[in-house]
Write a protein that binds this ligand. Structure first.
Ligand SMILES: [Zn+2]
Length: 509
């Protein structure tokens, strides 16, 4: 069984999770579920980033100690991922004890390899980004991402990571591994950053300026810089420094993260791993943003699109479906309630829901069970092509393309029903065999579509499998699941209650 270790970025705990947070978890969940479906030994890691001066200050303003403050916020994140049916194997918190141990183990390895140095740091620090800023980064003296905050001038003697020594090695790795960072336009952005020259990075903060962080044993007056420390969660989740057998099996990772944090994940992180002689991640995928009114979803603009409330109102699967199909993975996409409800009605209620209901009803009415007939070449060929396209796309981390490829089955089956009018065929005894052949093909195409869409809509696809009498598909893994002929002739069919009730019915309750 091959191992597949996939991670999301960890969320900085700050208020409640919104749809922008959910987007990354759902997309990564689709990939994790796809690999499980294909038979891999999957480990999916997500969690929260809990240290740093911003948390410390917000906690103080709320009259709380930082640990109690983060403890009070984390349940909303875990609860949201439960509500959206996210199948993560561990929810990691950077305040977990094993993470502190791993972070220090990695730091000491980097130190022993000669990649730490001490320097005086003078410069601007944005508490919003938890990052040092050069004059070039600031616009009229403010961080462009945090225009309401004043950057602080900091002068400290800090530990520095010698990032400047890794430019050539990073470029060589990118050259040898064209798929290391995708989409390709993100890779090109990162390459320009590296070619522009890398500066050493301050990785410690004095306890005077930041108290809330992981203490450095060989430098008792300092804590680890939050970004440097947070990245190490990916090693903690793989058992680095704690459990060698697990680490050997699980690592390297596939990282999924937002386009705003590529600088850390695609430059700093690989250099840190090189400095510690650890294999680099196999893939890094940078997704775009869910926009509302053209703006990035944020703490303020995300109000009203809270994942838990949405899942309670519409079910988890329609929310997952929208994020995967309508916010193209790798680019930005818009969320509006109008678009969400339009997609629900067009694709779910009238699309796949109606297809299931019509196909099963007709098969029961005309044959009583799954009918037998010669293979319908048209739908057979379609499914064969779709399975190949969707598999290639999912394997390449392109989930929107994978799901859209699968959707071609739903669309074409509905069109074929209109074109061939099985209710007319049913009146002609000479067309009995053709009718059986067509209805079998519809049901079998739906079975294949359900398997391909299970990573996106796990609950609804399970209901669909029940109606088709192929609940056993849930326990099957591997590419055979997607081969034509899985549905047993003579098998029992169940007339389903509407898979996706119309919105006026759904929201009336
Ligand atoms: Zn900032």
């Amino acid at each position: 069984m091959s191992s597949f270790y996939i991670t999301t970025a960890i969320d900085y705990v700050n208020g409640k999770p919104h749809l922008g947070h959910a987007y990354e978890k759902v997309g990564t969940d689709v990939l994790a579920r796809w690999r499980r479906l294909m038979g891999d030994d999957v480990f999916y890691l997500t969690g929260t980033d809990e240290h740093g001066s911003k948390v410390e200050k917000t906690a103080a303003a709320a009259g709380m100690d930082p640990q109690s403050y983060v403890d009070s916020l984390v349940p909303a994140f875990e609860g949201a991922w439960t509500a959206l049916n996210i199948s993560h194997d561990r929810f990691i918190r950077t305040t977990d004890a094993d993470h502190a141990a791993t972070a220090i183990a990695l730091l000491e390895r980097i130190r022993d390899n000669g990649y730490l140095t001490e320097k005086k740091y003078e410069g601007w620090y944005c508490d919003g980004c938890e990052a040092f800023k050069t004059d070039k980064d600031l616009v009229e003296g403010k961080c462009p991402d945090h225009p309401t905050m004043d950057p602080r001038w900091i002068e400290e003697t800090n530990l520095f990571f010698k990032l400047s020594e890794f430019g050539d090695r990073l470029l060589a790795h990118y050259d040898a591994n064209p798929e290391f960072v995708t989409p390709a336009f993100r890779r090109n952005e990162v390459l320009s950053l590296i070619r522009a020259g890398l500066l050493d990075v301050s990785i410690s903060r004095s306890r005077e300026s930041v108290g809330w962080g992981i203490g450095i044993p060989f430098r008792p007056d300092s804590v680890l810089y939050v970004w440097f420390e947070a990245l190490i969660n990916y090693l903690t989740g793989a058992g680095y420094g704690q459990d060698d057998a697990t680490f050997a099996n699980r690592w390297p990772a596939v990282h999924v993260l937002g386009k705003d944090v590529t600088r850390f994940h695609c430059v700093l992180w690989p250099a840190m791993l090189m400095a510690a002689d650890i294999e680099l991640p196999s893939r890094i995928f940078a997704h775009g943003w869910v926009l509302t009114g053209g703006e990035k979803m944020s703490k303020s603009s995300g109000v009203g699109v809270e994942p838990v409330a949405m899942a309670e109102r519409y079910g988890a699967d329609p929310v997952r479906f929208y994020l995967v199909m309508e916010v193209p993975w790798g680019k930005d996409g818009e969320f509006t309630w109008e678009r969400f409800e339009t997609a629900y009605t067009a694709f779910l209620a009238n699309g796949i829901g109606n297809l299931l209901s019509r196909s099963v009803s007709m098969a029961i009415k005309y044959f009583g069970h799954v009918p037998e007939g010669p293979v319908d070449r048209h739908l057979f060929d379609l499914c064969e092509r779709v399975v190949s396209e969707a598999t290639d796309a999912y394997d390449a981390l392109r989930i929107t393309e994978g799901a859209q490829a699968a959707w071609a089955i739903v669309r074409e089956c509905n069109e074929q029903i209109q074109a061939r009018a099985p209710w007319v065929m049913a009146k002609d005894p000479e067309q009995r065999e053709a009718l059986a052949s067509f209805l079998y093909a519809l049901l079998e195409s739906l079975r294949i579509a359900a398997a391909l869409l299970t990573p996106v809509m796990p609950s609804k696809c399970a209901e669909l499998q029940d109606a088709l009498g192929c609940a056993g598909d849930r326990d099957r893994t591997g590419a055979d699941l997607l081969a034509w002929g899985g549905l047993q002739v003579g098998g029992e069919l169940t007339k389903p209650s509407p898979l996706f009730p119309r919105l006026d019915q759904l929201l009336a309750d």
